[in-house]
Design a protein around this ligand. Structure first.
Ligand code: ACO
Length: 278
């Protein structure tokens, strides 16, 4: 069995209210081992409710964002423990991807390099994904003889057209960042040299928004995708009313600064949340 220490496979720092979380197995192209998956869940827990964290960025050390699941530690070694080993390994991965999908803070995937197979789980989980033009995306499962599991097929079909998803899954060819953006896998793509600046710029915009409204918005977008129009309409009324109960002064302050104080225009930017009473 591989004996990987738990301390260093995920690293993070918090700078100016942005938590920069890194897959940190560059020598293994940040492949997701059970050890990494368990540690990532702990890190997400540590950061989720910290007042000094407003946005979480997930990126990778070295040349990879993540080369997917670790074929040795996640697949081969887990299988030596039978069904229990396989299911435990799956749960350790799926658990943190789910946590990230519904994370309290806005999340940005900063895709700096290789992104394969099992990396599509966290890619999809992040609210916004910015790639480097130089990054490479692939459902490489077909190249080593399995189907894209662990949600990867669902990610492709949710984000891409059916024709593009089918081709992507069957051919095992890679897309660069610009192609991934054109096909809907990521929000946008910029040259690697500009990647961190662009992600910081987006994070700083998010940091100025009302955090309760942001959480309600990101959940709403994910939820309504699978609803009928009528169910979505109903859900959105109730979700806003629930947000109002957590944040009774938010929208009032937003309206006041526009209608009475005339200090900003909602069509051009966010109100000053620092002036809000609660
Ligand atoms: N699982 C286990 N080990 C991996 C993985 C992985 N997914 N990806 C890379 N590594 C290891 C390599 O085995 C190698 O280990 P070693 O130094 O002990 O020999 C090390 O990381 C470096 O890898 P190289 O292949 O030498 O790196 P290179 O930069 O040349 O290539 C690339 C990078 C293209 C990402 C290549 O490593 C690769 O094809 N990896 C597998 C990608 C993949 O198919 N992932 C699985 C997707 S399917 C799924 O997730 C369910």
């Amino acid at each position: 069995m591989t004996d990987t220490t738990t301390e260093d496979v995920v690293v993070y720092e918090v700078v100016d209210r942005i938590a920069w979380v890194k897959f940190n197995r560059p020598d293994k192209r940040n492949a997701q081992s059970p050890t990494l998956n368990r540690r990532m869940a702990e890190v997400l827990d540590e950061l989720e409710f910290r007042d000094d964290v407003g946005v979480l960025v997930l990126t990778g050390e070295g040349s990879a964002w993540s080369a997917g699941m670790d074929l040795k530690e996640y697949f081969r070694e887990s299988a030596t423990k039978g069904l229990e080993g396989t299911r435990r390994a799956q749960r350790a991965a799926y658990r943190w991807w789910e946590q990230l999908r519904w994370y309290r803070k806005p999340t940005i995937a900063m895709v700096n390099g290789w992104c394969f197979g099992g990396a599509y789980g966290p890619l999809y989980a992040c609210d916004i994904a910015v790639a480097a033009d130089e990054a490479k995306f692939g459902l490489s499962e077909i190249n080593w003889g399995i189907l894209p599991g662990g949600g990867a097929t669902k990610v492709a079909t949710n984000l891409m057209s059916a024709r593009k998803a089918m081709y992507h899954a069957m051919m095992g060819e890679n897309l660069d960042g610009q192609q991934a953006a054109a096909q809907g896998l990521v929000t946008e793509s910029v040259p690697l040299a500009q990647l961190k600046d662009r992600v910081t710029e987006i994070a700083n915009v998010l940091l100025k928004k009302n955090p309760v409204a942001l959480k309600a918005t990101k959940d709403a977008v994910r939820r309504v995708i699978e609803m009928t129009y009528d169910n979505a309409e109903d859900y959105l009324i109730r979700a806003q009313e629930a947000a109002d109960s957590f944040d009774p002064d938010g929208r009032k302050e937003g309206m006041k600064q526009f209608l009475d104080d005339k200090t900003y225009k909602p069509g051009l930017g966010a109100y000053d949340t620092s002036k809000q009473k609660s």
